[in-house]
Design a protein around this ligand. Structure first.
Ligand code: NMX
Ligand code: MLT
Length: 433
């Protein structure tokens, strides 16, 4: 048994006991009320999900296992000569709750290296898909195509899965699947945009190897490490992470669950938002070139708001302050993209737009969000905008797979909220209306 597996086993035993004791004592405590507007408005602000891996503080941003973005970027071990931590270290932190040592990260890298080889049929499926297929959908199909290899699903069919051991089978799937996602992604990238096939370098870490396999030079590897850490988990509540959890709650395996989550990234308000924001900056650049000033940009935004359009890359459902994940990418941009024309526009926008959005009191967060400049940075290194979502998928897989492991470890049940009709709401409130 590997040291990692032994460690996980002991943490699961302890956490399970704590969790069950906690539930026995506190399960009937009320933690809030529900307004009709919240039900209709996408459950905004309702505390109805459970995860121990992270939490979004509206002011401070994401806290992963008790650590802020800056702390994580500072404390996690880093590959030699790298300023950004190992993505494997973030996975270790999310799944165990501890900052790993260099040796503990190496163990995860070795586990991933042993398990990352893709079956040949996955390459064949990808090669036969229509040229027009969206690369993120290709990723989802490729993951689904491996579902029959799920250790969890096979064990379940043989009647071996119990509430005591379900996590062990889930862990096998999580460790088998996570490293394969970057291999599939690099293959899709090469197939669609480079017309050549990948080489791997198993001396490299996840982020480093993904950049290498895509054939993109340094410091893109540094950006991928940063990006995959920043987008790994946002309290498991965004559409893709929540979808992964929801599907897994019916005891579906990791393959079905994460491919559903990856499909959840399709919409322009979630995974597609990186492309929307990038397109917006690109249009500004194409229309104005370097004639764009603060005053012109202000006028463009006021006109958009008057027409009822949203300013892409601004606002957030939960955050009420500058997203530290945006600030970390901005810092990367300041170091490596200073002369990039789109980056210059994004910087001008950061100085201009929040003041305008603040005047619209209905907009709860006037600040740039995590998707604001990611596309500009990916594109700076030559990535096609239709591929951005695949990189988001690689990131959410890190946190979502760690989360569904814990769903099985804590025996969380199938998710099934209650729906209400308008007449029922009316009846419930008759005396008060
Ligand atoms: N530009 C113009 N109007 C906005 C913006 C914006 N950037 N953000 C919010 N609003 C509007 C919003 O459309 C809503 O209007 P209405 O009541 O007429 O429907 C009103 O302000 C209240 O919305 P909020 O409660 O502030 O935000 P909500 O939680 O509904 O939505 C987003 C959050 C992120 C979907 C929203 O801010 C948005 O559409 N932003 C632009 C798209 C985008 O950048 N998406 C990225 C998503 C990823 N991420 O959040 O990090
Ligand atoms: C994300 O991390 O996916 C975005 O910030 C959206 C969210 O958390 O609601």
């Amino acid at each position: 048994m590997s040291r990692f597996f032994e460690k996980i086993k002991s943490i699961v035993e302890i956490k399970r006991e704590e969790f069950n004791l906690f539930l026995q004592q506190y399960k009937n405590i009320k933690i809030g009320e529900i307004k009709i507007s919240q039900i209709i408005n996408g459950m905004r602000g309702l505390k109805v999900l459970f995860t121990d891996l992270s939490s979004v503080d509206p002011e401070k941003g994401i806290i992963w296992r008790g650590y802020t973005v800056d702390e994580v970027l500072q404390k996690l071990p880093k590959p030699p000569l790298s300023k950004m931590p190992y993505v494997e270290a973030q996975f270790y932190l999310l799944i165990t709750g501890d900052i790993p040592s260099e040796t503990e990260v190496r163990e995860i890298i070795d586990i991933f290296n042993e398990r990352r080889k893709l079956p040949d049929y996955v390459y064949n499926i990808l090669k036969t898909m229509p040229k027009e297929t969206d690369p993120n959908i290709m990723l989802s199909v490729a993951i689904n195509s491996m579902q029959h290899e799920s250790v969890f699903a096979k064990a379940y069919q043989k009647g071996k899965v119990t509430k005591y051991n379900a996590w062990e089978y889930m862990l096998e799937d999580v460790l088998n699947l996570l490293p394969k996602i970057s291999i599939i992604s690099a293959f899709i990238y090469r197939l669609k945009y480079k017309n050549m096939f990948i080489k791997e370098d198993d001396s490299l870490d996840l982020g480093g190897n993904l950049a290498y396999m895509m054939g993109i030079k340094q410091p893109y590897d540094e950006f991928l490490r940063l990006y995959m850490i920043l987008l790994s988990d946002h309290e498991n509540g965004n559409v893709s992470a929540h979808t992964t959890h929801l599907v897994a709650s019916a005891l579906a395996d990791a393959y079905c669950s994460i491919s559903a989550g990856i499909n959840g990234l399709s919409g322009p308000l979630h995974g597609g938002a990186i492309r929307e924001s990038f397109n917006w900056f690109m249009n500004l650049y194409q229309q104005k070139k370097n004639q764009l000033t603060k005053e012109i940009l202000e006028q463009i935004c006021v006109d958009m708001l008057n027409k009822g359009l949203v300013i892409p890359g601004y606002g957030h459902a939960v955050l009420r302050n500058k997203d530290p994940r945006f600030l970390a990418q901005m810092k990367f941009g300041e170091e490596y993209l200073k002369n990039d024309e789109l980056f210059k526009i994004a910087r001008l926008a950061f100085d201009t737009i929040p003041h305008i959005l603040k005047k619209h009191t209905k907009i709860k967060n006037p600040w740039p969000n995590v998707d604001n400049i990611s596309g500009i940075i990916h594109s700076h290194y030559g990535i096609d905008k239709n591929f951005f979502t695949v990189l988001f998928s690689n990131s959410i897989a890190v946190g979502s797979l760690a989360n569904i492991f814990w769903d099985r470890a804590l025996n969380l049940p199938i998710e099934r909220p209650k729906s209400v009709t308008i007449s029922q709401l009316f009846e419930l409130n008759k005396t008060r209306i």
